[in-house]
Design a protein. Structure first.
Length: 303
């Protein structure tokens, strides 16, 4: 059983701070690394995979520093976000080449085993260029599994997949975790992480924002003030009714409509139609004004 540990890790590119003082521990099972685009997920994964040095802090696997430590590399497999192989080689050729890079004693047998694990035997002799997105993702998994590492890092593995391919890959990742591996995958979609990860680490703007199981993360995301844009036939009358009712913290009249900050999201969405009806004001539109992932996540950071 393997454990990845990050202690006060930062990484900057010139004067861009991509990762800022992150401390976290990732143990066996599936962990989701959740955060909006540009949050620093790939940078973290590349540091854990030994492809990038931390600018400060330490990244270790079972106590051994990862950077420039080939012994540790043998125990890690990384599935990058981008395509990893030339289009014209076959899946089997790609995996055999990876087995040789790892100097495995019997590269052909290791390649066959890895291809079998991801259930790609049927397409192993076809050129990678002809694979679907899901098949490409699975062959990348095989390349990361060829040396049978106890730790698997996957960068946005579900990007661009259709629902069936997603389910297939989720199954595969679960199977790999059931065998005792430590698996980390990144995503910017909470629902995806929810379905697969027993544990979630949230990262926003390079900082570690929260961690816990999906119930805790979901609660953190919904228990917060919500900003709504409300348009109606008579915004002034509606504003007065909302204030009188007390289900919102603030109401602002803007030229786009009413900007309402609701303290209790469920109560507000339930009460608003009733308040409008009582005030005899026709509602035209109620839309969340701050539902972008960035704003949801920045709320977590500000806590
Ligand atoms: N090689 C680089 N040179 C300069 N800046 C970089 C480099 N790589 C990443 N960055 C910057 O560091 C920050 C974090 O990027 P990173 O790719 O780690 O985030 P991410 O969460 O993986 O995002 P995405 O999901 O969009 O890939 C971003 O602001 C990005 O522009």
């Amino acid at each position: 059983m393997s454990e990845l540990k990050l202690e006060n890790v930062s990484r900057w590119y010139g004067n861009v701070v991509a990762v800022n003082g992150v401390t976290m521990t990732i143990g066996p099972g599936v962990t989701g690394l959740l955060g909006p685009n540009g949050a620093g997920k790939s940078t973290l994964i590349h540091m854990m995979g030994g492809f990038l040095a931390p600018s400060s802090g330490t990244v270790t696997l079972d106590g051994a520093p990862i950077w420039r430590n080939p012994d540790v590399y043998r125990r890690l497999g990384l599935v990058p976000e981008r395509e990893a192989a030339y289009d014209f080689i076959t899946g089997a050729q790609f995996i055999q080449a990876m087995a040789k890079l790892h100097r495995l004693p019997d590269p052909d047998a290791a390649a066959r085993r890895a291809i079998g694990l991801v259930e790609m035997d049927y397409a192993a002799d076809r050129a990678i260029g002809n694979y679907s997105k899901g098949m490409k993702q699975r062959i990348k998994m095989a390349s990361a599994l060829v040396h049978d590492p106890p730790v698997l890092l996957l960068d946005e593995p579900f990007n661009g997949m259709d629902p069936r391919q997603r389910l297939q890959l989720m199954d595969l990742i679960r199977r790999m975790a059931d065998e005792g591996r430590t698996i980390l995958f990144s995503s910017h979609i909470l629902e995806e992480v929810e379905r697969l990860a027993g544990h979630i680490e949230v990262i926003v703007a390079g900082r570690h924002a929260a961690s816990g199981d999906f119930r805790r993360i979901r609660r953190l995301m919904t228990d917060r003030p919500h900003l709504f844009l409300v348009r109606s036939a008579d915004d002034r009358a509606l504003a007065a009714a909302i204030i009188a009712d007390g289900s919102a913290r603030s109401v602002r009249l803007t030229d786009k409509g009413l900007q309402v900050e609701a303290t209790d999201f469920q109560r507000f969405t339930w009460l608003l139609p009733q308040v409008a009806k009582q005030a005899d004001v026709r509602l035209w539109e109620v839309s969340p004004a701050d539902e972008s992932l960035e704003s949801v996540f920045s709320y977590l950071v500000a806590k």
